[in-house]
Design a protein around this ligand. Structure first.
Ligand code: UD1
Length: 348
């Protein structure tokens, strides 16, 4: 049985990936220090998968803790690295914490790969590396633009660190650049747990519909798009989770064409903010209160993925619709108690 480490394994995307790995028969070890999630996510994973993976509470950015953890697990066949801070606004206020946490843990994990070239490494990157791309849909060949935030910079620098490590030390890696992950597991046993007031669109919508927040502010109505609101590519988290396994298996089976590969993960479909609201209302028969508000600093006009490379090279395509994601996000929201929703941590 192949053994896979999922860092940030109790987070939003990590927990969904753990479920998919367990379903495929992998032995799964989760590393998570609960910086932004809760231990009962493990119960949700177990409820879906029928198995409880090993979970180690370890701070991977701490050299001693990370070293001890990895020394105790010398035999991973793959590492899927999600663990990172990810709040854009917070990263502006605490840039050094972001660099230390996100890049420190990355370097320590890459050190493990030295001398273990057979261990697959998957890095959680973001379409934020493209900024406002000059051409849409955005392909992997689009230039990386200066980052808008320290968070975005940790993804860009992270990719560069990996590229240099691969060139010098002979291990292999794949970076997956996500567009906008949303939704929850269809069982409603795991999902996104945003801390405090959600900054991202879909958790705000579900909390607003649940009566936990006021009206949604739609940031900007004068973008050059079909209805004046910004366009994003919203991808169901289960589709995203499955792509990680496809990418990892490509590495484990020795099918990579280059030692460091990059793939966009999106649906290829752009949706405006107003279209997202309508999709939610259709999927759930709930009504969303919303008002227009000024543009949000740092937002791009439009971003959606060119999915050709992922389809042709990985053989992977997203298959779940925006409505499906909205229905799943809503069922997850409803499964949370009120105190859970307003005070919980975790997330995207
Ligand atoms: C954000 C981050 C991005 C990060 C991604 C995943 C910014 C500028 N970008 O992407 O770096 O990789 O999350 O964590 O924060 N919107 C509203 N009202 C709201 C919230 C959002 O109208 O209350 C709009 C936004 O203006 C945007 C769209 O909804 O047009 C999606 O926003 P969001 O979910 O925050 O994702 P991104 O900004 O695309």
């Amino acid at each position: 049985m192949k053994k896979v480490l999922v860092t940030g394994g109790l987070g939003f995307i990590g927990s969904h990936t753990a479920v998919e790995l367990l379903a495929k028969g992998y032995e799964v070890v989760l590393a998570d220090n609960l910086a932004n999630t809760r231990p009962d996510v493990l119960d949700g994973i177990e409820r879906i998968a029928g198995k409880r993976p090993e979970w180690v509470n370890v701070d991977l950015a701490d050299q001693q803790q990370c070293g001890e953890f990895l020394a105790a697990h010398p035999d991973f066949d793959g590492i899927i690295h999600f663990a990172a801070f990810k709040a854009v606004g917070e990263s502006v206020d605490k840039p050094l914490d972001y660099y230390q946490n996100n890049l420190g843990s990355l370097c320590l994990l890459l050190q493990y790969l030295r001398g273990r070239p057979e261990c697959a490494f998957i890095f959680s990157s973001s379409c934020t590396v493209y900024g406002q791309a000059d051409e849409l849909p955005v392909s992997e060949g689009a230039p990386v633009k200066p980052a808008e935030s320290p968070y975005g910079n940790t993804k860009q620098i992270g990719e560069e660190i990996i590229r240099d490590g691969v060139a010098a030390h002979g291990f292999k890696a794949i970076a997956l650049r996500y567009f906008n992950p949303i939704g929850a597991h269809p069982t409603a046993a795991i999902g996104e747990l945003p801390l405090g007031v959600p900054q991202n669109l879909v958790p705000f919508i579900t909390q607003s519909a649940a009566g936990l927040r006021g009206a949604l502010k739609v940031f900007g109505n004068d973008y050059p798009t079909s209805d004046g609101t910004a366009v994003r590519d919203y991808i169901h988290v289960v589709d995203l989770a499955q792509a990680h396994i496809v990418a990892m298996e490509r590495m484990i089976d020795g099918r990579t064409a280059e030692d460091f590969e990059v793939f966009n993960l999106g649906t290829g479909q752009g949706s405006t903010v107003l279209e997202v609201i309508k999709a939610f209302e259709r999927a759930t028969e709930q009504k969303i209160d919303w008002d227009f508000a000024p543009r949000r600093a740092g937002d791009v006009i439009a971003a959606y993925a060119d999915t050709k490379r992922a389809a042709e090279v990985l053989g992977w395509r997203a298959s779940r619709s925006l409505e499906e994601a909205m229905g799943d996000a809503w069922r997850w929201q409803q499964s949370l108690g009120e105190s859970d929703s307003s005070g919980a941590t975790g997330g995207k």
